[in-house]
Design a protein around this ligand. Structure first.
Ligand code: BMA
Length: 355
């Protein structure tokens, strides 16, 4: 006899953008909604793939965050840039086979998995940061449409391959084409029109859901910092194509500026999320090298605690001058432990209970 929680049973009645979304995806959505009622989950990009001074070769399971606090993040971010090229590893040198295994482990332990995608520029084959016009060429009717279809087929194959040991699909929060209101990606502001962006989103969505029958994805729309709601929704493809709303909010200026930025942007995100009845999250963020000792409790939690976000995901611990979560001995690690112990801050052990 299977023993399903009441959350799992009630989740069956949830309606997602993908009308054929599987029950596991609906259950993930129900858990995400529940999380935001209790606090917010801490997330980390590539948490188990590598950290400061180490790289997972397949024989370990650890994370900088767990070394500091004793617990893993509640949300695990992964990145599939270069899957479209058929490469064995992503743009940050994470092997896709290992990634699949780490996603399986994160899911099995009760964590939430979110995947971003920084595809190369399909027109020039340079990186995602090459702003040369490309979107019009990959849309239906464009010269590069067949190539783009093949790219999405690779994404579909990866997503369909995400299964538990028992062969059940693993639900994923998929966050393609993010920060589109900025001008640094080929799908971003100034490099395509909002209408072209919306077509790109819908065509990708249709290819995944209809052509390839991928039904384990929740679709997350996430901008960079915005000035107002109009800017937030400028590229929005429509409620029928989005399940979760997000924003990427990095601390780049002074602390005072970041506090204001969080207040303004997350209040706006909350407003849109509530009106649309969609959960919302800080889909990326952090202070590079966490140079402020009490940043977690005094800057971050202070401003995000009452906003209703489901999670806040911090970017990858890549190099000594590019990391967003503490490691053992790092300046902010004592404060990070305090942060973890706050009742509203949910790490893996807390998330496990939401089921
Ligand atoms: C950026 C940097 C890059 C990385 C990219 C995709 O913010 O971390 O080094 O390649 O994200 O993960």
């Amino acid at each position: 006899m299977s023993c399903k929680s009441s959350l799992e049973v009630s989740s069956r009645t949830l309606s997602l953008s993908d009308k054929k979304a599987d029950d596991h995806s609906k259950y993930l959505m129900a858990r995400i909604r529940q999380i935001s009622k209790m606090g917010y989950a801490f997330g980390h990009q590539d948490a188990t793939a590598y950290g400061m001074g180490w790289k997972n070769d397949g024989s370990l399971y650890k994370s900088d965050v767990a070394e500091v606090t004793g617990d893993f993040p509640g949300v695990f971010g992964f990145e599939i840039g270069h899957i479209e090229l058929g490469h064995k590893q992503n743009l940050d040198s994470v092997n896709f086979g290992l990634m699949t295994e780490l996603i399986r482990k994160a899911h099995k332990s009760g964590g939430i998995v979110t995947i971003s995608w920084h595809p190369n520029n399909p027109a020039t084959m340079k990186s995602a940061w090459d702003p040369s016009p490309a979107v019009s060429e990959i849309l239906e009717g464009g010269l590069l449409h067949p190539k783009y279809q093949a790219w999405v087929a690779q994404v579909a194959e990866f997503m369909l391959g995400l299964k538990t040991q028992k062969g059940k699909p693993i639900p994923i929060v998929f966050r393609p084409f993010h920060e589109m209101n900025g001008n640094w990606f080929w799908w971003g502001h100034g490099n395509c029109t909002p209408e072209q962006f919306q077509s790109l989103w819908k065509q990708t969505y249709d290819l995944l859901t209809k052509t390839h029958n991928v039904h384990n994805l929740l679709y997350c729309y996430s901008t960079d910092v915005v000035k107002n709601e109009e800017e937030y929704l400028k590229f929005y493809p429509g409620d029928a194509y989005v399940d979760i709303l997000g924003m990427d909010l990095y601390h780049k200026g002074t602390t005072k500026e970041y506090l204001e930025l969080l207040e303004d942007n997350l209040s706006l995100l909350a407003q849109v999320g509530k009106r649309k009845n969609k959960p919302y999250a800080m889909t990326e963020g952090g202070l590079n090298m966490v140079t402020v000792e009490n940043w977690w409790t005094n800057v971050l939690d202070k401003s995000v605690a009452n906003k209703g976000i489901a999670w806040a995901l911090f970017w990858r611990n890549a190099w000594p001058n590019h990391f967003f979560a503490p490691y053992v001995g790092q300046k902010s690690s004592e404060d990070f432990k305090k942060f973890k112990s706050l009742a509203n801050v949910l790490f893996l052990e807390d998330i496990q209970k939401i089921r």
